[in-house]
Design a protein around this ligand. Structure first.
Ligand code: SF4
Ligand code: SF4
Length: 375
């Protein structure tokens, strides 16, 4: 039975974060699996170019203190991710600065600039029989996924499991959305990535998280905790509970449950620490519908029904600067730039990549049109 822990931590003061990490990891066996000379990959969340105070990326002090603990065991910590956009050293460098990673570098962590892409057969995958992934992870002896506590427009939440989407090289991510437009397929694809990388530990930075228009344009919400687990799925069950949600309602947890990887309630967890003090009944969630999104192969009628039943992206014309990043990254070709983006909702697969990548936070998620009928 995987072990999971939740501990309070109300500040990014380095000493407090270090103490909280030790407290969270101790019931899981600490970092005893690390032997001198091992390379430990810390898979952070570096979704897009944002200052770390915005609670979009894993906080650099959490990464720095984890790196110190790894080094005290004789290991070498390497921090990396492949955010949306090109997987190039120059692009990574441009994001590392705002993410505050010099703090982790000063603590002795290496920042990844290796942009090799590797491929591996994965016959046991449910969706992915071959995994194409960022090569820096191939050189790591173990991976610790260090996620951020945030809402997510497509999946409701982005925690430990979704964090492994970052092992897919950046420019391939829109392609994956296009290939797997159905929520269940997309979730199983993410689970395959997790089963391939098999993070040794999952840590969720929930000191400051994000509510509302997540994962990159929401509002900072102080939560005051760290979650740790030796199962990415179990870590997410705790996080969903803290968000005031039924874990079973979250598509990723449900898909993991169907594969025997996650319980649907916190009662079935081996949990050290109490979640009660951190549960937020007023947390501003982005509820994800149960509609199974279709793809471009859907009939015209299905596309119309889907566009009426599902939430949709919407642009704030005043905030938009017309950069076209959303259109260039739309996997369905559903955005036409006419000064600002125009959404072709019958083509749109509701992946919300446009909302996630917009540098001006100009795109938000609007309720389904049918929700307004009768109001
Ligand atoms: S990415 Fe944002 S700012 Fe750029 S065109 Fe799209 S909506 Fe406008
Ligand atoms: S318009 Fe936005 S939500 Fe729709 S498919 Fe394109 S990127 Fe995804």
């Amino acid at each position: 039975m995987p072990k999971t822990s939740i501990v309070p931590c109300h500040t990014y003061d380095a000493a407090a974060v270090r103490a909280a990490l030790i407290e969270a990891l101790t019931p899981l066996g600490g970092l005893d699996f690390i032997c001198p000379g091992m390379r430990i990959g810390i898979k952070m969340n570096l979704v897009t170019r944002k200052n770390y105070h915005a609670a979009v990326t894993t906080h650099p002090v959490a990464l720095a203190e984890l790196a110190r603990l790894i080094q005290e065991r004789g290991g070498q910590a390497i921090i990396g991710d492949s955010p949306g956009g090109p997987f190039s050293a120059a692009f990574l460098r441009s994001l590392y600065g705002p993410a505050g990673l010099s703090i982790a570098e000063k603590a002795g962590a290496q920042l990844n600039y290796d942009t090799r892409i590797e491929k591996a057969d994965f016959p046991s995958g449910k969706i992915l029989k071959t995994i194409t992934y960022t090569g820096w992870l191939a050189d790591c002896d173990a991976v610790i996924t260090c996620a951020k506590f945030k809402t997510h427009a497509m999946l409701g939440m982005t925690g430990a499991v979704k964090n492994q989407f970052g092992i897919v090289p950046g420019l391939m991510k829109p392609e994956f959305h296009a290939l797997y437009p159905k929520v269940s397929d997309f979730c199983n694809m993410l689970i395959d990535l997790n089963e391939f990388i098999k993070p040794q530990l999952a840590i969720i930075d929930g000191i400051d998280g994000m509510e509302g228009n997540g994962p990159s344009a929401g509002t900072v919400r102080h939560i005051g905790c760290l979650i740790a687990s030796d199962s990415v799925y179990h870590a997410d069950v705790v996080m969903a509970d803290l968000m005031g949600l039924r874990p079973a309602d979250m598509p990723l947890i449900h898909a993991a449950h169907l594969r025997g990887l996650a319980p649907e309630t916190t009662d079935e967890l081996s949990l050290f620490g109490s979640a009660d003090a951190f549960r937020m009944e007023d947390f501003k969630n982005l509820p994800c519908g149960n509609v199974q999104f279709g793809g471009r192969e859907d009939s015209a009628l299905m596309q119309i029904i889907r566009s009426l039943l599902t939430r949709r992206p919407s642009v704030d014309a005043h905030a938009c600067i017309g950069c076209g990043l959303c259109a260039r990254n739309c996997p369905a070709g559903a955005i036409q730039m006419k000064g600002i983006p125009k959404f072709h909702l019958r083509k749109c697969i509701r992946c919300f990549c446009c909302q996630e990548l917009c540098p001006k936070e100009a795109i938000s998620v609007k309720a389904a049109r049918l929700n307004h009928i009768g109001r």
